[in-house]
Design a protein around this ligand. Structure first.
Ligand code: ADP
Ligand code: NA
Length: 350
């Protein structure tokens, strides 16, 4: 058995939004009571879509501030930025040689982000999932809380771990560094664990407020499509009031949300913010119009987000403190990552 360890990351690009919060950061906070956790600002990933970032450092600080403001404890757990631990990139190179081009070609996020002119996408954007696998496995982490958009990348992480374990089976045995695990019913002698995605919850995929079929995203040109963590109460209220809906009342049961993506999205957001199920929320609001539901959602969103927003602003006024948190986290992360890399180098035979 591998020791349970939670790892996840967020890119320092653009403003964090409600999708990042409900799909990721909120879960990071909840998991820290009962787990050893490592949370990373993945700045190397930020180079994949756009190479030059004039405000890179302030973006890194801003994501770190969001982690801390949401309630992550950087003393009990590890908070750091990826480029401070070069072992991520070292393992990613090895994984580039483990992963097959055919596997990478199936990644839908690459197709989405590369757009029409794929020949002009960076090699880094193509190899992104291999670096993501390294981020996780350089700590031999077992659990990864993410939004649903990352599901395919986590499957690839498992494929990479499995191929490494099988290709180096003899070396893993010879070095005595492996652990006996079961994959399905198959006994496997493994160096890397099979990571478990943690995607569940009422809002694994928060959708745009303007178009219920697109995910809420930093890159959407319309600011009305998303609620940013830095939005004040007025902005939150305006965006929710303007959110696209249909003319019908809310259904009494979850089944009634089928074919109503906008209603489904808002109910999911409410449930996630209230830490309840969609069924619970519909128990309260079934039969009501959006004119009743939306103001309740505004109140709830403001109640949850305002304290985080205020604390983020307070933290951002003290960049020295944020940098100290990152430095300390980076040191502790580097120590753990280097232990893994010494073993990996040993297994490979360097
Ligand atoms: P990306 O560049 O792929 O958007 P991010 O750093 O923005 O990566 O994502 C950070 C985390 O937020 C990831 O776990 C991702 O799955 C989650 N996330 C992003 N958008 C959404 C969304 N609309 N709904 C739920 N989770 C989301
Ligand atoms: Na994402």
């Amino acid at each position: 058995e591998f020791k349970p360890l939670v790892f996840s990351g967020v890119q320092p690009t653009g403003n964090l939004h409600l999708g990042n919060y409900l799909g990721a950061i909120r879960k990071f906070v909840a998991l820290q009571d009962n787990n050893d956790c490592i949370y990373c600002v993945v700045d190397l990933h930020a180079l994949t879509a756009q190479l030059v970032h004039e405000d890179m450092r302030s973006q890194i600080r801003s994501i770190t501030a969001a982690f801390l403001a949401a309630g992550i404890d950087p003393k009990k757990h590890i908070v750091f930025n990826q480029s401070a631990v070069p072992q991520h990139a070292e393992l990613a190179w090895i994984f580039n040689c483990v992963a097959r081009i055919g596997w990478m070609n199936r990644m839908t996020q690459f197709k989405d982000k590369a757009g029409k002119d794929r020949e002009q996408a960076s090699l880094g954007l193509y190899a992104y999932p291999s670096l993501m696998a390294a981020d996780i496995l350089v700590y031999r982490a077992t659990h990864v809380p993410v939004g649903e958009d990352q599901k395919q990348h986590l499957e690839l992480t498992r494929d990479i771990a499995m191929k490494f374990n099988l290709d180096f089976m003899e070396r893993i045995r010879a070095t005595g560094l492996g652990i006996d695990i079961k994959v399905g019913d198959e006994p496997v002698h493994a160096y890397f664990p099979m990571v478990e995605p943690m995607i569940d919850g009422p809002a694994p995929r928060v959708m745009s407020l303007k178009d219920g079929t697109k995910k809420m995203s930093k890159s959407d040109p319309s600011d009305l499509s998303r609620i940013n963590l830095m939005d004040d109460a007025d902005a939150i209220s305006k965006k929710i009031r303007k959110a696209k809906t249909d003319p019908d009342a809310l259904p009494g049961e979850v089944d009634g949300l089928k074919g109503r993506p906008e209603a489904d999205n808002l109910v999911g957001i409410f449930a996630a913010l209230a830490d309840r199920t969609k069924a619970d929320v519909l128990g309260d609001f079934g039969g009501q119009q959006f004119s009743v539901f939306k103001p309740a959602l505004v109140d709830l969103a403001v109640e949850v987000l305002a304290p985080i927003n205020a604390e983020m602003r307070r933290l951002m006024d003290d960049p020295g403190h944020i940098d100290a948190v990152l430095r300390d986290g980076g040191e502790r992360a580097r120590e753990r990552a280097e232990k893994t890399m010494q073993e990996v180098r040993d297994i490979i035979g360097f």
